[in-house]
Design a protein around this ligand. Sequence first.
Ligand SMILES: *Cc1c(COP(=O)(O)O)cnc(C)c1O
Length: 425
Amino acid sequence: MAPSALPAEQETVAELTNNGIELNVSKTAPSISKAVTPEVPQLAELDASRLEVNLTTSPRPVPGIGSPEMASQKTCTDHMITATWTAESGWGAPQLKPYGPFSLMPTSSVLHYATECFEGMKLYRGYDGKLRLFRPNLNCNRMLMSTNRIALPAFPPTELQKLIMALCAQDGAKWLPKDRPGHFLYIRPTMIGTDSALGVQRPTEAMLFILLTCFAPMDDIPGGMRLLASQDDMIRAWPGGFGYAKVGANYGPSLVAQGEARRLGYHQILWLFGEECVVTEAGASNFFVVWRTREGALQLVTADLKERIVLDGVTRRSVLEFAREKLTQGYKGLEKVEVVERRFVMQEVVEAAEEGRLVEAFGAGTAWFIAPVGHVHFRGRDFEVPMVEGECGRYTKVVKEALRGVMYGEKGYEGHEWGVVVEEK
Ligand SMILES: *Cc1c(COP(=O)(O)O)cnc(C)c1O
């Protein structure tokens, strides 16, 4: 074997995944890479300014509010955006085109090895008539992180955001009309490995696509969400794994347990980790509790991100930032809370519930938004979570109102930096 085929000694280090990610960025998105790799030829990067537009000639009707089509989560808007990548030439010009099926070879990497990652965002129709995204830069950055983790090509996150905004601008006016303030469309940016070589390897071809779909709100559940704590036979994420990335591989294997939970009358699984039953997330939402410590302090608590078994949710981050800014000071006559990000275990939640110290609990994520939790089942025991203001706890309520305010440009939140206005066509 030629000596040049052997890896240099300093490259045979333990950090294979981290090294691979660095190299991926330097090869496929050199403009955002921190590494200098002059020997690598520069390939075309993802570039939203090259967007080619081909509008539909058969536009479809918009489903009515509350209709079965709306609830089906199958109705997408008239258009989608796609962009393809190959290892030889990099990213091709993105296409805005009619929404519809695309063809893949049966040997495509994604169909065998789950080379897929995605994002979940919403386009909001404001009470001031404007269309907004909520902190889209955070989703685009996270999509890049997930992409890198699952061996797909990198891109400048700002270019992805421009493409998302272009699709929203195209379809927003029709599919989220001005007479539907307080409504939203769900945005799903996705990347898949389309390489048709069946070998188990990094894909040398990939496709990015972005779609907009109709979606009914899920955060108003009478009595709050009912959570079923996970059992020892299923772990969502583990240290050294990939629970922190939004890769499809995290979700498929959880659907058996989730389906059983639904069948038994629960909305979501409360995912626990390890023998100590560390509390991590509720379904595909982050999980928060408000409790009073035995010392008397009122705390808003959520799992920390240190072991990378919890997804760094945009909603989670926003709740924490809002709570640190406002709720620690005493807000709207509410008692001050301490904001705590730490590892906590189910036993602490059980004790708080038994000793009357559990105040509230809620899930936080784009899909379910801020969803109050009313009930938790853990290993044969049921715990009710107080829901002070009718259907919602007081802290849950102010958090929800503040984030909603930004999303829908409500009075007092119009120019908030978290709300990014989309200029519609
Ligand atoms: C998407 C997701 C969340 C929520 O993240 P947001 O950015 O707030 O939507 C939380 N947990 C998991 C596992 C998720 O997939």
